[in-house]
Write a protein that binds this ligand. Structure first.
Ligand code: DUC
Ligand code: ZN
Ligand code: ZN
Ligand code: ZN
Length: 488
């Protein structure tokens, strides 16, 4: 055969256009794209009537990670990546999470040891930085950035994770200098703590109070503060899991000023509301994540942000916990909202949910869908053009998409290890039928065909998204005028 694989008669969708033709694959890479490719493939697939998309890239997922409270995720690198693949995702960027006192070098080593034997699709890592010691800032982070870990997440809340504004400036200045993109969990810690304290004191520990404690203004304030910190030192920044109206507007205004501020949102903010947590006993914990889902007005604002480009990425924020003691509800029935594990699963439904609610309902175009689920992730995190596009020379990562397939979401049909889905019973339209990772058919007709450990680690380049504008706050620019040594 001339090629390993040929996908024929495809409606090939990239973030900028759609064309018809065949895709030929050799040695894991796309070798040709044209109508009626002459040669023969060892395997041929007729994609007539289907879309062929770049495989999804999920740049926000928690896999085999311990939460701030020490609760282990339900998915390891096998179940997590298998579940991703069944939903059309061929690259994940989970977190290598530092807990305080740990060396970042050791953290990265540990996550590689976990992922290498298990992942079935390709992966990179973001770092979670909770302990920006002189060793971390001076040695470990610069070296890790050069080794391909070019993005890190920091938290403005959670006692065990949060960094101070001062530490954020240290991290932002370092990222600016070394070429990494900083991702921020933006919620005002003290507002949440204060509200939670008073709610718990009154005996209101039920899950629905989680959405009260995590008030909208806590997200709005922290988003504005994070962007202000980024402005001071002229460092780009991405705000993750954005849920509410004012934060979206703040990000939009920053972008209008020409600042390199990026935004991410997730399935839970288009498909859930705070009312989902209003269930008897602790049942509502199944829908608990941070920031919490809000209301239908916030959902509309999230759609506006997806439509007008305020959001670059639509990620799952897959944070899988089983609904049992030691998992989602550490103390069983007695668990208060403060103790529940934070996060919902969504790695498998991410593309289908956005396709069904977005493309099928005319809210976003096919091109926007591809940008939001794949291309922009590759660009933002230094994986483009190897990933995120169907182009000659790119990895053959493809999702063959049946737009007419009716699916009722049932946890028993998903492939994660969580035991429930917050979207049980939802009817959606569109699902991938064949998923290809570096030319290997990893999913076909509901069956997995991938070896444990066949996914590869992807070192990320220092992305353009992380390059500073070259205009720090005027006071920093003026320092040298007064004889002070410039900070950068
Ligand atoms: N932040 C996340 O990114 N995921 C789950 C919970 C959280 O606070
Ligand atoms: Zn977060
Ligand atoms: Zn009190
Ligand atoms: Zn997350």
């Amino acid at each position: 055969a001339d090629y390993d694989l040929i996908v024929r008669n495809a409606k090939i969708v990239n973030d900028d256009r759609q064309i018809e033709g065949d895709i030929a694959v050799k040695d894991g890479v796309i070798a040709a794209i044209e109508p009626g490719i002459k040669g023969k493939g060892r395997r041929e697939i007729d994609a007539a009537g289907k879309f062929v998309l770049p495989g999804g890239i999920d740049s926000h997922a928690h896999i085999e990670q311990k939460s701030g409270f020490g609760i282990m995720c339900a998915d390891d690198f096998y179940s997590g990546t298998v579940s991703a693949a069944f939903g059309g995702t061929t690259t994940v960027i989970p977190f290598a999470a530092q807990h305080r006192g740990m060396s970042l070098r050791q953290v990265v080593k540990d996550y590689h040891e976990a992922a290498t034997p298990k992942a079935v699709i390709d992966y990179a890592f973001h770092l979670i930085v909770t302990d920006p010691t002189p060793q971390a800032l001076g040695q470990d982070l610069p070296a890790l950035i050069r080794d391909g870990y070019t993005s890190f997440k920091i938290y403005m809340t959670y006692d065990a994770m949060k960094v101070s504004d001062y530490q954020m400036l240290d991290i932002l200045a370092l990222a600016r200098k070394e070429g990494a993109l900083v991702m921020v969990h933006a919620e005002n810690h003290d507002m949440i703590q204060w509200l939670a304290h008073h709610l718990i004191e009154q005996g209101h520990g039920a899950p629905k109070f989680h959405a009260i404690a995590h008030a909208r203004v806590a997200e709005a304030e922290a988003t504005n503060r994070a962007i202000s910190l980024a402005r001071l030192v002229d460092a780009p920044m991405l705000i993750v899991h954005v849920s509410e109206i004012e934060a979206i507007e703040t990000i939009r205004q920053a972008q209008k000023k020409g600042l390199k501020i990026y935004g991410e949102t997730c399935p839970q903010y288009i498909a859930l509301t705070a009312d989902d947590m209003d269930k008897p006993g602790v049942q509502g914990a199944m829908w608990c994540c941070s920031p919490p889902p809000r209301d239908s007005a916030a959902q509309e604002a999230v759609w506006e942000g997806l439509k007008d480009g305020t959001f670059q990425t639509f990620s799952s924020d897959h944070a899988p916990y089983q609904f049992n003691e030691g998992g989602k509800i550490p103390k069983g029935d007695k668990t208060t909202f403060k103790e529940m594990a934070n996060g919902v699963p969504g790695i498998e439904i991410r593309l289908p949910m956005l396709f069904s609610e977005g493309v099928q309902k005319g809210r976003i175009t096919m091109q926007q869908f591809v940008a939001l689920t794949s291309t922009n992730h590759a660009r933002l995190y230094g994986l483009y053009p190897r990933k995120g596009t169907i182009a000659v020379g790119s990895d053959a990562d493809l999702a063959i998409w049946d737009a007419d397939k009716d699916v009722t979401i049932r946890w028993k049909d998903l492939h994660d290890n969580v035991g429930y889905t917050p979207y049980e019973g939802r009817e959606i339209k569109g699902w991938p039928t064949v998923v290809v990772s570096r030319g290997r058919i990893v999913v076909e007709d509901g069956k997995l065909n991938a070896e444990r450990g066949s996914g590869q680690f992807l070192p990320c380049a220092s992305p353009d998204s992380s390059k500073p504008l070259g205009q720090a706050a005027p006071e920093l620019q003026a320092m040298s005028r007064f004889g002070a040594k410039p900070l950068f």
